[in-house]
Each structure stands twice: as C-alpha cells, then as structure tokens.
Design a binder for this molecule. Structure first.
Ligand SMILES: CC(C)(COP(=O)(O)OP(=O)(O)OC[C@H]1O[C@@H](n2cnc3c(N)ncnc32)[C@H](O)[C@@H]1OP(=O)(O)O)[C@@H](O)C(=O)NCCC(=O)NCCS
Length: 156
C-alpha cells in the first residue's frame, strides 16, 4: 500500500511519542517506508475525534501497520499517542482493521506482544486469545529478556 509522504509524517509523529524507549519497539521512518513498498502492508491513521483517515489536515492520534498474508492479517505496529489513550481510539482501529482484513479475504488477525504489555487487556477484551509463546524473544534496553506472546482473533 503506497502512502503519501504527509501520511508517513503523521504516522511517525505518533511513533516518536508512543513507544517506551526501554523496549526498542518503535520503527524508523525508513522501516515504515520499506514495509509499505512491499504491497501487502497496510496502515490506518485515526485522529483524536476518531476519523479514519484523519479529517483534512488533522494530526494523527494513532495508527496501525499490518501485513496481509494467506487468509490472515498480522498487526505489526499499533499505537495511540499518550494524550489520547483511554478514549477508545485503539479499539476503533482494531475494529477497522478487522473490517479491512475481512474485505481482503482474511479470516483471522494475528499479533505478537511482549509479555507484560498492558495492551493485553485491550487485545483480550477485543477477542484475541494467546496461541503461543516465544521465550526470551525480546531484549529490553537494560539487557533483560522478555517472552513474546502470539495472539489470534477470528474475524470470519
Ligand atoms: C495499546 C494502545 C494502542 C491502546 O490504545 P487506547 O486508545 O488507549 O485503547 P482504548 O482506549 O481503545 O482501550 C480499550 C480498552 O482497553 C483498555 N486498555 C487499553 N490500553 C490499556 C493499557 N495500556 N492499560 C490498561 N488498559 C488498557 C482500556 O481500559 C479500554 O477498556 P474498556 O474498553 O473496557 O474501557 C496504547 O496503550 C498504546 O499506544 N500503547 C503503547 C504502544 C504499544 O504498546 N502498542 C502495542 C504493541 S503490541
């Protein structure tokens, strides 16, 4: 999915403030641009009022980046800027992602999350269930190792 440069600017503004640097999860602009060049990667931008895409020149309050595969869509990155959290924007993007993925013939969403990420509460209440664990998959800035948990959500 090609993205206009101002959409990438808006996405990166959220990227730069949403991820805790202790876990090194944020991507660089180059990584985002390369992913979107592949063709099966897709993004959603949402503004503070919940519009997807954002209205006119409104800044993005959150974004998702996902990759469509055979009958499934993997959530690669998902974030809401700290000042807009707890307003339902994350849940709204997951709903939109499920709708888009169904349209692309997907029947399940997948994601991988570091163990202990409070986002788990949102994922579980949306309908995601854990299907696997990779021990010591992530390493934090202090050198500690953290398991990755894979979740799936049926959307058909
Ligand atoms: C995960 C994230 C995108 C959620 O965005 P959000 O807009 O705050 O989520 P919502 O407002 O839609 O929350 C929906 C529900 O999940 C709960 N929830 C969401 N994030 C939560 C968190 N960090 N801690 C506790 N509960 C959380 C909310 O309480 C809410 O519950 P409710 O619907 O029963 O009221 C946001 O916290 C974020 O950007 N985190 C940092 C980046 C990150 O870790 N991304 C995920 C990588 S796997």
């Amino acid at each position: 999915m090609r993205a206009p440069s101002d959409d990438i600017d808006r996405l990166m503004a959220v990227m730069d403030c949403a991820f805790d640097p202790a876990f090194g999860e944020a991507w660089t602009r180059r990584q985002v641009e390369d992913a979107l060049l592949i063709g099966n990667c897709h993004y959603i931008l949402i503004d503070a009022a919940g519009h997807m895409p954002p209205a006119d020149d409104a800044p993005a309050a959150g974004f998702s980046l996902s990759r469509g595969g055979y009958e499934e869509e993997e959530l690669l990155l998902f974030a809401v800027a700290p000042e807009y959290r707890g307003m339902g924007l994350g849940r709204a993007m997951l709903q939109q992602l499920a709708k888009n993925a169904r349209f692309r013939n997907g029947n399940r969403l997948l994601l991988e999350m570091r163990d202990g990420n409070p986002a788990e509460q949102l994922y579980r209440s949306f309908g995601f269930t854990p299907i696997g664990r990779r021990p010591n998959y992530y390493r934090n800035a202090a050198g500690g190792q953290i398991d990755a948990i894979t979740f799936q959500c049926d959307i058909d």
